[in-house]
Design a protein around this ligand. Structure first.
Ligand code: ADP
Length: 443
């Protein structure tokens, strides 16, 4: 049977749950539908953290930062293709988003750095635990406390329209039956299309055959559904690969491994890139190495700084040796080359200047045994393009006018990250624009 509610959210990832909480706090009845058997989407897989400048967590760690620097870093990292109005909102609302999450019970007290950021502003739980799972749990609990209904195994198949306004969604239940959910406002928060290999290869043939870090539900039909009723798309060809993904199994190694001090070396034992460069640059450099992969190299201190690494060791993804000699032997690398690479990196750390590759953030030398390697290469990670939205998260048509009743937030939208998304800015995007979409839809 058909259902009716005030606000209907499609997709129970970070953006959808944040929107649901805000709409509920504005006094609305909210239903969230989710096609997978569980909530979380790609948000659940987020490992890096959430970028924000000017937060209480930064202040507690004596980190000076400002939203305007976050803006500049993001604009530079995105090759200036970013929508300036949306980016201004992203960066100015990032700190309030962190405080909002802390208020809901999140732990974002550890602050590190990912590629392309000029300050430590990537917020995550203390101990470096994966941030995505933590945030999804906090958001799900907050939704439940507010009486938000989350219908799992329920897929949106078509947007319903009456008098030129969106007034609901046709959904398919687990048993294959379809019914309608009517609502005053619909928020599309279905995520990106990184797991839709056909759509990816059609847009960028260079990515044909690439693996993906995305969850299987990231297939982009929210974008198609909106396009069918006249929504405009932006930046669809801007697709990001993540440089450190374990080949064959598509398992992503968090950028925080490099952020906490790891370097990348090739099969010969040489460095080949500024490891803290943007994802597109590190990916391209890796593809030029023998075997089109590289190896994250780090020592015991880095291992101990990041609990995520224990998970990689348990999964058997890490090659371990008690000395550089043993490591070189295991990898059939020339020990002199490996030793020279490590020595010269350690000298760069000591002098504070990386003459070879210009890495600016080198938190620690790599000299405490044991030593570790993880083989990594690029895989499809984030789709920067998507629905064109206004500052209020309204979905816009080709003439730049809002489609009544339709809102969107999160990876389904385009324009915010320009030509390349900085690590840590996806979670910011989801929470900032998810909240805005929820507030707008409640008006
Ligand atoms: P974001 O990061 O933007 O929040 P996520 O990938 O975390 O995006 O979450 C998007 C969620 O939307 C996923 O859980 C996905 O399974 C769900 N989803 C995608 N398409 C549909 C659909 N057609 N109907 C219902 N849920 C959908």
């Amino acid at each position: 049977t058909d259902l009716t509610t005030d606000v209907l959210v499609v997709g129970a990832g970070g953006a959808g749950l944040a929107a649901a909480i805000e709409a509920s706090d504005a006094g609305k009845d909210v239903i969230v539908i989710e096609k997978m058997p569980m909530a979380g989407g790609n948000t659940l897989r987020a490992t890096g953290g959430l970028n924000a400048a000017g937060t209480s967590s930064q202040e507690a760690l004596d980190i000076e930062d400002d939203a305007s620097i976050h803006y500049e870093d993001t604009m530079t990292g995105g090759y200036e293709l970013n929508d300036p109005e949306l980016l201004e909102i992203l960066t100015s609302q990032a700190a309030p988003a962190v405080e909002w999450l802390i208020e809901l019970g999140a732990d974002l007290s550890d602050v590190g750095r990912l590629g392309g950021s000029s300050n430590n502003r990537t917020h995550r739980p203390t101990g470096g635990a994966p941030v995505g799972g933590h945030l999804v749990q906090v958001l799900q609990e907050a939704s439940q406390e507010r009486g938000v209904e989350i219908l799992l195994n329920t897929t949106a198949v078509e947007l319903l329209i009456e008098d030129d306004a969106v007034n609901g969604v046709l959904v398919e239940a687990e048993n294959g039956e379809t019914y309608s959910i009517f609502a005053d406002a619909v928020i599309l928060a279905t995520g990106g299309f990184g797991a839709n290999a056909t759509m990816i290869a059609d847009l960028d043939e260079g990515l044909e055959g690439f693996g993906t870090t995305n969850h299987p539900g990231a297939t982009g039909e929210g974008i198609t559904m909106a396009q069918e009723i006249g929504a405009a798309l932006v930046d669809m060809v801007e697709i990001q690969t993540h440089p450190t993904v374990v080949p064959e199994i598509g398992y992503m190694i968090t950028e925080a491994v490099r952020g906490n001090g790891a370097i990348l070396i090739n099969r010969s034992g040489e460095r080949f890139v500024d490891e803290m460069g943007t994802r597109d640059v590190v990916s391209a450099a890796t593809l030029e190495q023998e075997g089109q992969t590289g190896f994250l190299f780090f020592d015991e201190d880095v291992r101990e700084s990041l609990s995520a690494i224990e998970g990689y060791i348990e999964r058997d993804l890490v090659i371990e040796a008690e000395s550089l000699e043993e490591l070189a032997e295991k990898m059939e690398m020339d020990i002199d080359v490996l030793q020279a690479t490590v020595d010269s990196y350690n000298e760069a750390v000591a002098s504070g200047s990386d003459e070879a590759f210009g890495r600016s953030d080198m938190p620690t030398g790599l000299e405490s045994p044991s030593f570790y390697l993880i083989e990594v290469g690029p895989a499809v990670h984030h789709t920067m393009g998507g629905l064109h939205i206004s500052a209020n998260a309204e979905v816009l048509n080709e003439d730049g006018e809002a489609i009544p009743g339709l809102f969107a937030a999160g990876e389904i939208t385009g324009g915010i990250h320009g030509g390349n998304r900085l690590g840590g800015n996806a979670l910011t995007d989801l929470i900032v624009f998810g909240r805005i979409a929820g507030q707008s839809a409640a008006q």
